[in-house]
Design a binder for this molecule. Sequence first.
Ligand SMILES: Cc1cc2nc3c(=O)[nH]c(=O)nc-3n(C[C@H](O)[C@H](O)[C@H](O)COP(=O)(O)OP(=O)(O)OC[C@H]3O[C@@H](n4cnc5c(N)ncnc54)[C@H](O)[C@@H]3O)c2cc1C
Length: 497
Amino acid sequence: MVPRMKIDALVVGAGPVGLTMAAELARYGLSVRIIDKAPQPTDKSKALVLWSRTLELMDRMGCTASFVAAGFKAPGASVSAGGQQLAHLSLGEVASPYPYALMIPQSDTERLLTQHLQSLGITPERTVELMHFSDSADGVVSTLRHADGREESVESSWLLGCDGAHSTVRHQLGLEFQGNTLNSDWVLADVHLSGVPNAAQVNVMWHSDGVLVIFPITESRFRVIADVEKPPGETHRADPTMEEIQAVLDRRGPGGIQASEPIWLAAFRINERKVADYRAGRVFLAGDAAHVHSPAGGQGMNTGMQDACNLAWKLALVSRGLCAPTPLLESYSLERSAVGDQVLKGAGRMTTIATMRGGLQQSIRNHVASLVFGLPPVRHAMADALTELSIGYPDSPLSVRGSSAHAGPQAGRRAPIREGEAPVGAGDTPRFALFAKADDRTAALLAKYPNLVEPRVREPFEPGGIWLVRPDGYVAAAAATADGDAISSFLAMVSAR
Ligand SMILES: Cc1cc2nc3c(=O)[nH]c(=O)nc-3n(C[C@H](O)[C@H](O)[C@H](O)COP(=O)(O)OP(=O)(O)OC[C@H]3O[C@@H](n4cnc5c(N)ncnc54)[C@H](O)[C@@H]3O)c2cc1C
């Protein structure tokens, strides 16, 4: 086989993460192919929620509006036990243009992402499987197998393993998927329900038997999830019947909820696993290929899509020769692996609390929950964590602080989004943005880095400070105005020498 013309990036996997990755790389002008071994996309609702931070990142991609039009806005969530509300979490006050959970089945998310990708001139190639690859200092050569058995050799500068929990790329790299499978069995039903109280919100019901969660998908369609006992003698739990789902709703719910018109009934177990390093040379992992965890909190797909948004602009700047590979590409795994660890821990904790057994433990849990969730700061912190607005990279080598104190967002934190302002990183060039009072020094910075920094200085977040914001909307460098060298040091550190 003779390798064909070299492309910039080969994306393996056309799930939500691969589609996001391919769209972001294509938007920034890289030559991209995206392949998937499956003949068609999923028709299942799997990951149901897009959180505020993901929607904000999709604004830069230029595709949020179609998702908001197709989705259902859930204003919050409540936790109850024995018919009594223990906690209510409202998302209406989070500081985002998207103060809600956007409920949308994964099948629709993939359809809309595919349309967005096609608007950039790229169509996922289906029934094309990555068999193996070899990575060298100059590029990656991958062997693909087509549906008719034909093999093809593709040379690319980068290989992006977005190929899910059973990732071929991860296996071939020999990376350990550290973690375990939880010893609990779950059932899931995508059904129509009537009689759900406060139907627009996510309802979590703690019961002595276990947990029942009801998520809205549309006004009449819902996702039901419950942990259940395995029938004696079975090693793997069979998919539930409608009778079993109705029985769980009757026993653990408030009464009067009627299920009908099943769309998808499934049993599943929870895996909590992650690789330590998301990068090996020119090969990167993102999404379920790098981390899987409990669906509690609905963070899985969102975390994966944000992996893609984190990496794409870095690869684009390095591929265009505008930035040096170090530290930009090294920062990907450092930043996203730390987020993956937090998500695993948070989702694991929520699962442990929800599935607690024993009357005494459960009543202590319920009492503590109603006390803790009664505190507004706890509710705000929880809302910021769920919506992923609190994600940041303060310990990244790409987060540079000036030496003097200043008000406003700190290095590594998400930059505030101001109404009516174009998102940083939108358009076809990944540029940093300078937020400062325009003066001779900012003019000199713009003149020195015309390809790296937007040509116009934006209004500062607070008087007396200067900020450089990354193309993915996080603060790269922040300093008091008098200490503006932090900005030029950062640009000198990342730019190609
Ligand atoms: C039953 C169920 C319920 C879930 N519920 C939720 C939820 O409520 N909230 C949530 O956030 N997440 C949920 N998830 C998880 C969510 O679906 C995943 O996090 C998400 O799909 C990950 O996206 P991905 O693109 O990384 O991987 P995937 O969606 O798995 O996509 C990977 C793609 O790679 C392709 N592929 C694999 N190997 C190769 C190869 N060698 N060559 C070519 N192509 C290949 C596969 O065909 C696949 O299409 C659920 C998952 C399941 C199964």
